[in-house]
Design a protein around this ligand. Structure first.
Ligand code: SAH
Ligand code: SF4
Ligand code: F3S
Length: 451
């Protein structure tokens, strides 16, 4: 007899923490789940499947997993058919320990196992509790079988995974494995597919994009990959993140000259301004080498915006080391900065160091540094008032429906007035006002850039 019941699609509630790599994994996960007829819900109480994609970069991030899982304990009691899974970096780090600590958890899967979700769900459906934290040395063809989805006119493309750097504080090489690059042809075909569905801006992502192609998998250098993407019709803007200061080549620095599609922004995490701390962090560059690359970038491209990451309170960081970081901030005047208190990560080299700083010192140093950076960011924004900047229109502003919003090539949010209403076009905007985190402007329809 024919089945005349129309079954309801199953629902997945997915929460993602951490970096763009995790966002990208969640994106692929949703794609694989869509294939087996799951749709996304934002209500955990309505879900048949709950997945938390976790981050372990600092202890606080890791602890979030346990509190988030705690929230779902009651739901599992009410609905024993509910399947709960943990993916991402904490899953990789903790493996079976997570299952032991959390009796209502069914699946633990690491970042190399996202594409195995269907098998894992089958096992969990048979009342088995499963752990999948194996590493593949190579990228399986089916891992990226689901291409990246477009968020309107923007999309992220993962070009590599893992990291070989083993900075002494960092857990990533342990949770994401060795660095492997995707083949350039696969990346280009993702870009072409995205362009044909209306995407104008792609961000190429990896933990260390400058070493793309140098350690397995990749067939061209990173600058060559950028040139190839720039030739994809329909792609108007290209961003990339994250660059490592030790690997950023002169070829890449000079590429900004020849490639107008490359956005005038670079994220170049420095971590510390002190040579002895940089050495203990195993970053592979000195303060002087970092500064000379920054000065070259600024000399060649006065309009370029530079952002960075800083860790304060690394073991053994003296007052003088900290002052070196402060003086570096003043010398560079970053457009934006992400700063963190050092957090011990299990299994890393720095976890063996004994000269840890008290929380009060770390927290005071972080606070003072953030206050200084706030002033710098605001004054860098103020410097743009009166200039005409090119903005990729993303849609209506959420704050004021009479305004449109978008980003400049130098990665600033601009809310502006205009007669035009569509998204996806590049327009010239005269900047009239700056606030600490965004700019305001008026669409300049005669359109001559004078920045
Ligand atoms: N691959 C990137 C960084 C990825 S992690 C790079 O090499 O720059 C993002 C940021 O988290 C790092 O730049 C660093 O500033 C911070 N971070 C990493 N490990 C940390 C730790 N143990 N404690 C505090 N911050 C940390
Ligand atoms: Fe971590 Fe260093 Fe690799 Fe960045 S480069 S992911 S900080 S080990
Ligand atoms: Fe976090 Fe893992 Fe990314 S530790 S920052 S989710 S690589």
């Amino acid at each position: 007899m024919e089945n005349i019941h129309q079954h309801e699609p199953k629902k997945v509630f997915l929460e993602t923490f951490g970096c763009q790599m995790n966002d990208n994994d969640s994106d692929r996960l949703l794609g694989f789940l869509k294939d087996i007829e799951y749709i996304r819900t934002d209500k955990p109480e309505k879900a048949d499947l709950i997945i938390i994609n976790t981050c372990s970069i600092r202890d606080k991030a890791e602890q979030k997993v346990y509190s988030t899982l705690g929230r779902f304990k009651e739901l599992k009691k009410e609905n024993p058919g509910l399947i709960i899974g943990v993916g991402g970096c904490v899953a990789q780090q903790e493996g079976a320990t997570l299952l032991k600590r959390t009796p209502h958890l069914d699946i633990v899967f690491g970042p190399h196992n996202v594409h195995k979700i269907k098998e894992l769900l089958n096992e969990a459906g048979n009342k088995k509790r499963v752990v999948a934290t194996g590493f593949n040395e190579k990228i399986d063809d089916d891992e990226y079988a689901i291409g990246p989805s477009a968020d309107g006119i923007k999309a992220f493309i993962s070009i590599m995974r893992g990291c070989n750097n083993f900075c002494s504080y960092c857990i990533v090489p342990y949770t994401r494995g060795r660095e492997v690059s995707r083949k350039s042809a696969d990346i280009i075909s993702d870009a072409q597919r995205l362009a044909s569905s209306g995407v104008k801006e792609v961000s190429l992502i990896g933990q260390n994009v400058n070493s793309y192609g140098t350690s397995g998998g990749g067939d061209v250098s990173f600058p060559e990959l950028l040139r190839k993407i720039a030739r994809v019709d329909g792609i108007e803007r290209i961003r990339f993140i994250t660059s490592h200061p030790k690997d950023i080549s002169e070829e890449l620095i000079y590429l900004f000259k020849d490639e107008p599609k490359l956005c005038r922004h670079i994220h170049l995490p420095v971590q510390s301004g002190s040579n002895s701390v940089l050495k203990a962090m195993r970053r592979g560059y000195t303060r002087e080498e970092y500064l000379s690359k920054i000065m070259l970038l600024k000399r060649l491209y006065p309009e370029i915006s530079i952002s960075s990451d800083i860790i304060v309170g690394f073991p053994g960081e003296t007052e003088a080391d900290y002052e070196d970081t402060i003086s570096l901030l003043k010398a560079v005047r970053f457009d934006n900065l992400f700063s963190f208190m050092y957090s011990v990560r299990p299994g890393t080299k720095a976890s063996e160091f004994t000269d840890h700083l008290p929380l009060e010192i770390k927290s005071e140093r972080l606070h003072l540094l953030q206050e200084l950076q706030k002033e710098i960011t605001f004054s860098r924004n103020l410097e743009l008032v009166g200039k005409t900047l090119e903005v990729l229109v993303e849609g209506q502003s959420r704050i004021d429906p009479n305004e449109m919003t978008g980003r400049t090539t130098c990665n600033r949010i601009v809310n502006f007035t205009t007669e035009a209403r569509g998204s996806g076009s590049l327009v010239d905007v005269v900047i009239t006002n700056a606030s600490p985190n965004s700019l305001k402007g008026i669409h300049n329809e005669r359109g001559n850039i004078c920045s």
